[in-house]
Design a protein around this ligand. Sequence first.
Ligand code: FMN
Length: 202
Amino acid sequence: MTTQYHDKVLSQAALDQLFNDARTYNDWLDKPVSDAQLHAIWDLMKMAPTSANMQPARIVWVKSEAEKARLAACAMEGNQAKIKAAPVTAVIGYDIDFHEELPWLFPHTDAKSWFEGDEKGREEGAFRNSSLQGAYFILAARAVGLDCGPMSGFDAEAVNAAFFADEPRHRVNFLCSVGYGDPASIFDRSPRPDFDTFNTIV
Ligand SMILES: Cc1cc2nc3c(=O)[nH]c(=O)nc-3n(C[C@H](O)[C@H](O)[C@H](O)COP(=O)(O)O)c2cc1C
């Protein structure tokens, strides 16, 4: 049985690229990221699971200098230069009304009806599942050879007004810069807890 698992485990190089050697970058090399690379991130992350395949994440990829300046103006001071320097920063949001899409996203049952009239439940589901999608985003970006710089230091109301004004049911979850990270911009790796510190097997 264990052999089956070992047959499928990724190479050490792949594990290192996704986890062990991957870092959060604070500055970026002057190397562009193509739209095809952004599509590649989406095409991987969309395959990872969300509840009832609800796929609540709504992403605005901020690439132009003008839009970067608008986004940076919504961020905490420490994040402003990072957003301006990154080739792309994704505004990872979520749709409170994701259930409207369920008839085609989850066609084998009437999942839309589960969420109708339950805005609190939708908010909870959208936030939980878009957070998962944000994590899938980071791993997908690393898998295609890019680096990430996730950020939660921003004024959410300002980001919503600036980037989701036409979609009042969309809300920002977090921001994530994407590009080729400048190795000079990382801190020493912070400690990571051993299994026994935060885990219990019962
Ligand atoms: C959701 C999220 C929000 C974060 N917000 C910020 C932020 O606003 N500003 C910042 O400089 N770093 C931010 N970070 C970066 C974290 O501090 C960093 O990912 C963590 O310390 C791990 O660093 P490492 O990947 O280099 O080991 C954020 C990370 C995540 C995942």
